[in-house]
Design a protein around this ligand. Structure first.
Ligand code: PRP
Ligand code: URA
Length: 209
């Protein structure tokens, strides 16, 4: 079973509270998603391998650690996952970015794929799937399956708010994936919304609805 981590750093908890607040406007919401994504990148990269190098200080030689040249890819699920890309890239500037377009049918709550585009060397990269919301888990599961079907290697799913139902669904369908969330909420309501959640992440990011 992959790891499940709630990234509960105080700064993350602080920003999630303002993200939830219905009085937070679109500009502030986008900024918070961006900042949270950078903080999450810090937690998500805690296990990346290092290698030892030697540098010369003005005084003497020093052994130090640098990130071993690991190839990473970021895969935001459109639309809302897009809001997480720039914040992640601040700490992972060499990562390449692919996109998967999925929307949740409002009646069935099942994901519908409408776009798939990934960098040409994607099969050589370890992929991190991004979506602020993990509700039923249908979208995340479909995105991970779409990547695996094309020979890609997704290893991590990073979300801001998750429902227990979504975490369980991903763990069951893809036990090889490590899941990172900023907050684990209570349950899903009858419309598939996370309670208390933050409402519709795409609408709040882009001012639609
Ligand atoms: C939202 C969200 C996730 C999905 C989560 O997207 O960004 O992709 O719902 O729900 P699930 O876990 O039940 O699949 P939505 O379908 O509203 O599309 P949008 O990002 O284009 O608004
Ligand atoms: N998608 C969202 O944007 N919000 C939810 O609460 C559930 C799915």
């Amino acid at each position: 079973m992959g790891r499940f981590t709630v990234c509960d750093h105080p700064l993350i908890q602080h920003k999630v509270t303002f993200l939830r607040d219905k009085h937070t406007d679109t500009k502030q919401f986008r900024e918070l998603v961006d900042e949270l994504s950078t903080l999450m990148a810090y937690e998500v990269t805690r296990d990346i391998p290092l290698e030892t190098v030697t540098v010369e200080t003005p005084v003497a030689k020093a052994e130090g650690k640098v990130v071993a040249g690991r190839m990473l890819g970021l895969i935001p699920i459109l639309r809302a996952g897009l809001g997480m890309v720039e914040g992640m890239l601040k700490l992972l500037p060499s990562a390449k970015v692919g996109h998967i377009g999925l929307y949740r049918d409002p009646e069935t709550l099942k994901p519908v794929e409408y776009y798939f585009s990934v960098p040409s060397d994607v099969t050589e990269r370890e992929l991190i799937v991004l979506d602020p919301m993990l509700a039923t888990g249908g979208s995340a599961n479909a995105a991970i399956a779409a990547l695996k079907k094309r020979g890609c290697r997704p290893t991590k799913l990073v979300c801001l708010i998750a429902a227990p139902e979504g975490v369980k669904a991903v763990q069951e369908a893809h036990p090889d994936i490590d899941i990172y969330v900023a907050a684990l909420d209570q349950y899903l309501n009858d419309h598939g919304y996370i309670v208390p959640g933050l409402g519709d992440a795409g609408d709040r990011l882009y001012g639609t609805k």
